[in-house]
Every structure is written in structure tokens, then in C-alpha cells.
Design a protein around this ligand. Structure first.
Ligand SMILES: [Zn+2]
Length: 205
């Protein structure tokens, strides 16, 4: 379903496109994919939500050339890491939710290293680190290396769909230290604030 909306960033009237799709992920269930793109300012945001309620969990898979096709559901509320590559992506306003596969996740990180390269073009040490990360990621795609893909989701909205993937409940400690998708929490707070104002107004009448 496509809809024209006002861009939340540049404010152009009916200039941004909002999309919503439902996909069925085997062994996980229905997920709703949403995205907003604005051709005027380049704003892009996507997220994925599970229809069913799942428990907070940590999903781990040793990734190599044999499971590049395994499906990955990454909600915006989850933390994704590949420790061997020094990669950790936490929830935040710029993090995206998506349905992809192992190869797609690695390719996302490879493009991130290209963007990072442009940012650190003066800093020799950072550039070397970025290059090492990129070469390591490429070596997984080439079948020369393997690594660990970890997705931790305090809302249970994420999953690595592979028979060899391990899913364990998040511990209290992990739940405390994990960042959450605070853009969503902000949204809830906003609704609460609006409700408060409305209640006050009702009282005055
Ligand atoms: Zn815009």
C-alpha cells in the first residue's frame, strides 16, 4: 500500500512516499514492513514489526558461504553485531529495520564502510580500520572466512531463520544494558503528553 504524506524531515506537502507491506516469514510469522522515502530531501526510514508477540531474545548464527541465503528479520529495536568484524549497530533514529538475508546484511555493512570512508578521509588510522572491516566482510561472502552474527531484540521482533541459529532469552542484565528503539518510546511519550493536555482541558470545561 502506497500513500503520499508530508515529509517528517523537510516538510514538503504530500511529497514523501509511505509504504506498508505484509510478509510471511517461515518459522517466524507475519511481519509488517514499513518505509518512508522522500525524493526531495533524501530522507529514508524503514522498519519491520512482527504481528505476533515474541519474547525478548538473542539470536546467534555462525555465518559463512553456506548460509548466505538464510532470512534475517531485523527490527529497528534490535542490536546487530558481528564481533569478528568489530561491528555493532544499536537502535537509533538512523538505524533501519529490514527483512533480508545473511548476504544482504553483510552487503549493508559493506556499503556502510564505503560511507564511513568518505567521512574519515583525513584520518589514516580510521581509514585502515574501515578497510580491514570491509575486507573481512568481503572474505565471508567469498567463502574464505566465517563470523558470528548476533541479533539482540528486547521486543522479540527480530529473528535469524536458520536451523543452526540459536535463540536464547535475554537475561535481566542484557535487557538492562541493551539500547532500545527510543524513537518508538518517544512516540509513546508524545501520545501520553497529548492525552495529559487533553485531560486537563476536559477538567477545565
Ligand atoms: Zn523530505
Amino acid at each position: 500500500m502506497d500513500m503520499k504524506i508530508d515529509c517528517p524531515v523537510c516538510g514538503v506537502k504530500n511529497g514523501a512516499i509511505s509504504k506498508m507491506d505484509t510478509t510471511n516469514i517461515p518459522y517466524f510469522g507475519e511481519v509488517i514492513e514499513t518505509s518512508i522515502t522522500c525524493p526531495h530531501c533524501g530522507f529514508k526510514h524503514s522498519d519491520v514489526m512482527s504481528v505476533e508477540k515474541n519474547d525478548p531474545a538473542k539470536h546467534t548464527l555462525t555465518i559463512n558461504k553456506d548460509n548466505l541465503n538464510s532470512r534475517v528479520v531485523r527490527s529497528q529495536t534490535s542490536t546487530v553485531s558481528i564481533p569478528e568484524a568489530g561491528i555493532k549497530v544499536e537502535p537509533g533514529p538512523k538505524s533501519q529495520g529490514y527483512v533480508s538475508n545473511v548476504e544482504g546484511v553483510i552487503e549493508r555493512f559493506i556499503s556502510a564502510t564505503h560511507r564511513a570512508h568518505a567521512l574519515y578521509n583525513e584520518d589514516e588510522e580510521s581509514l585502515n580500520n574501515i578497510k580491514t572491516t570491509r575486507e573481512f566482510l568481503e572474505s565471508i561472502l567469498d567463502g574464505k572466512n566465517e563470523a558470528t552474527l548476533i541479533i539482540e531484540d528486547p521486543y522479540g521482533q527480530s529473528k535469524i531463520v536458520d536451523l543452526k541459529a540459536e535463540s536464547v532469552p535475554l537475561t535481566e542484565e542484557e535487557l538492562k544494558t541493551l539500547k532500545t528503539g527510543f524513537t518508538i518510546l518517544d512516540q509513546e511519550d508524545l501520545e501520553k503528553e497529548k492525552q495529559k493536555v487533553k485531560d486537563e482541558e476536559d477538567k477545565e470545561e
